[in-house]
Design a binder for this molecule. Structure first.
Ligand code: 5GP
Length: 191
């Protein structure tokens, strides 16, 4: 018997470490498949280039019109979207997105599991954003949207994980995913 694949969504304020955690999760868990988003944001100097499909706004808008996104949102002047997933059969799907997109995913897939990642403190978040080399203006913008991201995220999330330590937080999420898989495999534990 095969259970339906999980759709897991990582959310949390910019700079909280979602991307690093997502990468660690897929490195550690061969059942997970990480969706690659599209964005109109320019590539950062620190990025390898395969973090996103980097496109211009007309290309993104055409894909919206053609219904090619599972969700998309405007975040700080740029568009971000998850293409309709093409996960290999039976792999669980992991999305790493902001909260407006997660709200759309939940509307479309009520069973999606939303995990909110929070920083241990505001100072920690600011330190991480600065360490990423973002311009001061970008750091301020992202810090200003963090409280809303966390408040809306708390309303949506099935689980909240504090990124106080990368390895600990990653392991906590791996355990959450394993617990959910076990629940799905064992019909007796279903409500
Ligand atoms: P960044 O520019 O720092 O890479 O990403 C900005 C925000 O957009 C982050 O919160 C990131 O998780 C989110 N994001 C990345 N991809 C997507 C996507 O496909 N859809 C949505 N809604 N948000 C995304």
């Amino acid at each position: 018997m095969c259970a339906e694949p999980l759709l897991a969504v990582l959310i949390g304020p910019g700079g909280v470490g979602k991307g690093t955690i997502a990468q660690r999760l897929i490195d550690a868990d061969e059942n997970l498949w990480l969706s690659r988003s599209w964005t109109t944001r320019p590539q950062r100097a620190s990025e390898r280039g395969d973090e996103y499909v980097f496109v211009d706004a007309p290309t993104f808008e055409r894909a919206i019109a053609e219904g090619r996104f599972l969700e998309w949102a405007r975040f700080h002047d740029h568009l971000y979207g998850t293409p309709l997933p093409k996960a290999p059969a039976e792999r669980d799907v992991l999305l790493e997105i902001e909260v407006q997109g997660a709200e759309q995913v939940r509307g479309r897939y009520p069973d999606a599991v939303v995990i909110l990642i929070t920083p241990p403190s505001d100072a920690d978040l600011e330190g991480r954003l600065r360490a990423r080399g973002d311009a001061d203006e970008h750091v301020q913008k992202r810090l200003s949207s963090a409280p809303d991201e966390v408040t809306r995220g708390q309303e949506l999330a099935n689980f909240v994980v504090v990124n106080d330590d990368l390895e600990r937080a990653t392991n906590e999420i791996l355990s959450i995913l394993e617990g959910l898989r076990q629940q799905r495999r064992s019909p007796s534990s279903k409500d």
